[in-house]
Ligand binder design. Structure first.
Ligand SMILES: Cc1ncc(COP(=O)(O)O)c(C=O)c1O
Length: 345
C-alpha cells in the first residue's frame, strides 16, 4: 500500500534499513508481574548506520533530498549543544559532498566541560563542521532568526545554504522518514506474524512521533503510539503533534488520517527539564544496559525508556510493547559528570 506521494518526493539514501526489531527477553521477565506476561521489543533505529546512527538519519534523507534538488552546497542547522541531529546533519552533508554549519543552542544550564566539548560536539568537529554558539537556549524563534542571519553571511560568501529549521511552522520534512519507518514496521510485523499493542517513542521536535503515527494510521493500523515528552510539557507537545500530522498530510497531498484523540503524549518523565537526568532516566539506562546490553542516552532514549518501563509496569495483562530506540549514544560521553557518579555508587 502506498501513502500519498511519499515515494515521489526528493530523497537521498543515507541509512541502513530495515532496522531490526529485537526481543528484550530479560527486561520482559524483569518487568512482568503476577498476572501479566510482557513481551517487550525494540526497534533498533540506533542502528541506522551513518555516524553512530539514530532516528535523524531517516529524517535527513528527505532534508538532504530537498537540499540536493535545490542545488545547495552547504547544510545549515540549529540544535542543542549535544544535538544528535546536528551531528548527523554534518555527516549527511559530508556523505552528500556538502559543508555543514551548525548553530549550537545553550539549552542546558551550568554545562560541564565535557558537555561542551565531548560527545556529539567532538564528532561535529571531526566532521569539519563550522560551529556557532546561540546563548538563548529556549528561544526557538530567536534561534531560527539567527540561523537566517548566518545564512545571509554564507550567501554573501557565495555559498548556497539549505537551512534545516527546528521551529514549528516549517514543513516537517523529516517526519516523512518516519512515515517510511511505519511502512517498514508494518511489513516486519506482517512478515513475522507479530502483533503489537503499543509503540513508545521519544517526542522532541515531534517529527518521529508524528511521522510514525501518521504512517500507521494511513496504513489502517490503530496501534497506539505513546510519545514521551523530552522537551515540552504535554499540552504544548500534543498541539505540536496535531499540527505536524496536518502538515505531513499537506506534504503528501492526502487527507489527514490522524484524529486529535490519536495523539497521546506523557510528560511524566520530563522533570527537571530538557537534557537533565532524573532518577527514572538513570534507572531506565541501567536496566536496559544490565538486562539487555542495550545502551541508551541521557536526553532522549533514557527518558523514553523510562516511559516505556512505566507503561510495562502498568500493564496487568499479556501485552506486546515496542520501544523505538532512536539512538543518541554519543551523548553519554558528554554526560560523565551526571552519569558517572550514579554508576559508581
Ligand atoms: C536520539 C534522539 N532520540 C529522539 C529524538 C526526538 O526526535 P524528534 O525530534 O523527531 O521528536 C531526538 C531529537 O533530536 C534524538 O536525537
Amino acid at each position: 500500500m502506498r501513502i500519498g506521494c511519499l515515494h515521489n518526493l526528493p530523497r537521498v539514501s543515507l541509512g541502513h534499513s530495515p532496522t531490526p526489531i529485537d526481543e528484550m527477553p530479560n527486561l520482559s521477565r524483569a518487568l512482568s508481574q503476577d498476572g501479566s506476561e510482557l513481551r517487550l521489543l525494540v526497534k533498533r533505529d540506533d542502528c541506522t548506520g551513518l555516524a553512530f546512527g539514530g532516528n535523524k538519519v531517516r529524517q535527513l534523507e528527505f532534508y538532504l533530498g530537498e537540499a540536493v534538488a535545490q542545488g545547495a552546497d552547504t547544510i545549515l542547522i540549529t540544535g542543542a549543544v549535544q544535538s544528535n541531529f546536528a551531528r548527523l546533519a554534518a555527516a549527511a552533508a559530508r556523505n552528500t559532498g556538502m559543508e555543514c554549519h551548525i548553530q549550537l543552542e545553550e539549552r542546558v544550564n551550568n554545562p560541564s566541560p565535557l558537555y561542551k566539548n565531548s560527545g556529539n560536539v567532538l564528532v561535529d568537529k571531526l566532521l569539519g563542521a563550522t560551529l556557532y554558539s546561540f546563548p538563548e537556549g529556549e528561544d526557538e524563534q530567536g534561534a531560527d532568526r539567527n540561523l537566517e542571519e548566518i545564512a545571509q553571511t554564507l550567501r554573501a560568501d557565495g555559498k548556497n545554504p539549505y537551512i534545516i529549521h527546528l521551529g514549528a511552522g516549517h514543513p516537517p520534512l523529516g517526519a516523512l522518514g518516519y512515515v517510511v519507518a511505519a511502512e517498514e514496521i508494518m511489513t516486519q510485523l506482517a512478515e513475522s506474524n507479530l502483533s503489537i499493542d503499543e509503540v513508545v517513542v521519544a517526542s522532541g521536535s515531534g517529527a518521529t512521533h508524528a511521522g510514525l503515527l501518521f504512517g500507521l494510521r494511513a496504513l489502517g493500523s490503530s496501534i497506539p503510539v505513546k510519545g514521551i515528552c523530552v522537551r515540552r510539557a504535554k499540552d504544548l507537545q500534543h498541539k505540536r503533534i496535531v499540527n505536524h500530522c496536518q502538515a505531513i498530510a499537506n506534504l503528501l497531498e492526502m487527507d489527514n488520517p490522524v484524529i486529535n484523540d490519536d495523539v497521546e503524549v506523557s510528560d511524566n518523565q520530563l522533570a527537571p527539564g530538557y537534557g537533565q537526568m532524573n532518577d527514572a532516566v538513570s534507572e531506565a539506562m541501567q536496566m536496559a544496559a544490565h538486562h539487555e546490553g542495550l545502551i541508551l542516552d541521557p536526553v532522549y532514549t533514557g527518558r523514553s525508556m523510562a516511559g516505556f518501563i512505566q507503561r510495562a509496569r502498568e500493564s496487568n495483562q499479556q501485552k506486546t510493547l515496542l520501544f523505538i530506540h532512536t539512538g543518541g549514544q554519543p551523548a553519554i560521553f558528554a554526560y560523565e559528570a551526571d552519569l558517572g557518579p550514579l554508576l559508581s555508587s
